[in-house]
Design a protein around this ligand. Structure first.
Ligand SMILES: Cc1cc2nc3c(=O)[nH]c(=O)nc-3n(C[C@H](O)[C@H](O)[C@H](O)COP(=O)(O)OP(=O)(O)OC[C@H]3O[C@@H](n4cnc5c(N)ncnc54)[C@H](O)[C@@H]3O)c2cc1C
Length: 208
């Protein structure tokens, strides 16, 4: 039997495992780390580019996030952005798109306006878009006909941003995190094993 010992063994090579692998390799004192992946490649399941919506959920327009939750997600989502910028991956695997949360009808319009007021300090780039703004930005939201003569009757407003990184290919980022982790510090052992399913974890003395 081939016996190898590591300080840390990460089970699963999706975005979570690869992010931990990178953090430990780059920023911790751990000298030997390995990641075990059940399949023949990283990110073949949930983290695969085509398995999710590729959205960087910062918390600015996610209307189901409280302000307290957005403070946490902002910090963690910015780690995606910082990593990609640090490794020159912008416009390769991370992209900017316009984004907005829309309110239609009196109740939703008030909700978006109130939310904008309480979130704009945490996200200073946020903008509030009036019906007139939306005619320019997303005309199909405002006009009820192709000829653009009839406006939808309800009040409408949106909060959003134009110049922010919104999208990342989590599958490609998994690969980049693994690569950067292995290149982070030559004095460390950073192994990745494929086709390596963990079937059982047993505690033996002070080890696993
Ligand atoms: C439809 C959809 C849309 C989504 N949209 C978004 C989005 O827009 N933005 C966002 O942030 N998130 C989104 N998510 C969520 C996001 O995709 C997941 O949270 C994320 O990919 C999970 O990553 P993970 O590394 O934890 O899991 P996974 O990517 O599933 O990785 C787990 C890995 O562990 C391996 N593994 C499992 N068991 C073992 C074992 N016993 N031994 C060895 N290896 C093992 C697997 O083979 C796999 O490679 C979406 C999810 C879905 C389903």
């Amino acid at each position: 039997m081939n016996e190898k010992h590591y300080e840390v063994v990460i089970v699963g090579g999706g975005i979570s495992g690869a992010a931990l692998f990178y953090e430990l390799a780059k920023y911790s004192t751990a000298k030997n780390i390995c990641m075990l992946e059940k399949y023949e490649a990283l990110a073949t399941l949930n983290s695969k580019g085509t398995s999710n919506s590729q959205t960087i959920h910062v918390g600015d327009i996610e209307t189901n996030y409280t302000l307290d939750k957005a403070k946490i997600t902002k910090r963690t989502a910015k780690m995606i952005e910082k990593f990609c910028l640090q490794y020159g991956l912008e416009d390769k695997i991370m992209f900017k798109h316009q984004k907005m949360a829309l309110g239609v009808g009196e109740e939703e319009v008030q909700f978006i306006k109130d939310r904008y007021e309480s979130f704009k300090e945490l996200f200073p780039y946020l903008e509030l878009y009036s019906k007139e703004d939306l005619k320019e930005l997303e005309p199909k939201l405002v006009w009820a006909d192709k000829e653009q003569t009839i406006e939808r009757p309800e009040p409408i407003v949106a909060m959003g941003a134009k110049g922010e990184y919104t999208t990342v290919d989590f599958g490609a980022m998994t690969e980049e995190l693994a690569k950067a982790g292995q290149a982070a510090d030559e004095s460390k052992t950073t192994d990745i094993f494929y086709n390596s399913e963990v079937e059982e974890i047993e505690e033996i003395g002070d080890k696993y």
